[in-house]
Design a protein around this ligand. Sequence first.
Ligand SMILES: Cc1ncc(COP(=O)(O)O)c(C=O)c1O
Length: 418
Amino acid sequence: MTKREFLKTSAGIASAAVFYPLDQLMPEVAHLSLEEVAKDERFWKKIRKGYRLKPDYINLENGYYCITPQETLERYIEHAREVNYQGSWYMRTVQWDNKDGVATRLAKLIGAEADEVVITRNTTESLDTIIGGYPWEAGDEAVFAAQDYGAMRIMFEQVAQKYGVVNKIISIPNHPKSDEELVALYENAITPKTKLLMVCHIINITGHILPIRKICDMAHRQGVEVMVDGAHAVGHFQFSIQDLDCEYYGSSLHKWLSAPLGAGLLYAKKGSNAKIWPRFADWKEPEDLRRLNHTGTHPVHTDLAIGNALDYLEKLGLERKEARLRYIQNYWTDKVRKHPNIIVNTPVERHRSCAIANVGIKGMKPHDLAKTLLDKYKIWTVAIDETVVHGCRITPNIYTTTEELEVFVEALKELGAA
Ligand SMILES: Cc1ncc(COP(=O)(O)O)c(C=O)c1O
């Protein structure tokens, strides 16, 4: 590390130390409506001070994972120190009670029963456990979309090769005319042989929030179980698993809950999990969801830090966070949607999206757009060039300022005019 880099890093640490603890900050906005808080730039700038952010670029790529605020990060580091101090005493005494306690809090957040949720490392582990362990028979069918996440699609391909499962793959339009259009797309792919339907709660490449309850109701009428990929939903916007009424749900908590890396959850509706074969065998009874969750010795301090991420979210209020995230997405998309050369690949109706959106420039390849945004405008995004989605995924977070979004909008307008 050069002297200059060291000074820059130390300055970063020093500035992070002035963050406002949420306990002090929240009374300032307690009297405001959700709409008022969503637009209160002074408040969100104070929230921003609670993050340590690289000054090299504007980070509009929180979709991979949402960096952890200092308030949570410091607790995570303390937990690592404490577990290391206590050694196997921790593992043999309170490890499992602590894990169950945090899982119970997660269950409460998503409106599930305590014994319907386990902590996993990520959505991939959660959903691939279900796909891989499903009691498939040759000729069974599965339905999902081309816009689903690659890791799950490839897992379905693997079970197709291993068990002779037939996969029916639909394509989701970026701008649906109605919920019914989307439900019909899934319904048309179902046959009497269909066993499992996978659907994204929010499609990661476009930010499109799908009408899960209507899709579940339709699937259940045909005797088909539904597994929801909620990688980007928990900690992003409000929902209750009971309202969705799916059988299985997976999420990554290092995404919008801002827990440290390597934290996820798996939900299985009571009575649905007993038939799933665990990837790693366990002694528990088939009805016990924890039977699917035998991952051996793992970083248990992460489980504890999920609790701190929940504390942070509870103090901030998920309803405030959702309102701010939706506000900032619409702040920039509203300014470019009507531009003739700028293509927003995210539905315009407010309820069909939240923080995530996708944008392309006519005649410009997504990878060139991402590279130009970084090289010329110092804006970090990710290129998406697959199925019907050609553009950059744009994922601001609660620390993103409207000034940063103005820089982005001006960049898009310049590129759109070229
Ligand atoms: C829709 C969706 N599903 C699943 C995943 C996998 O998440 P993880 O890598 O945390 O398992 C992602 C990751 O971005 C995603 O966007």
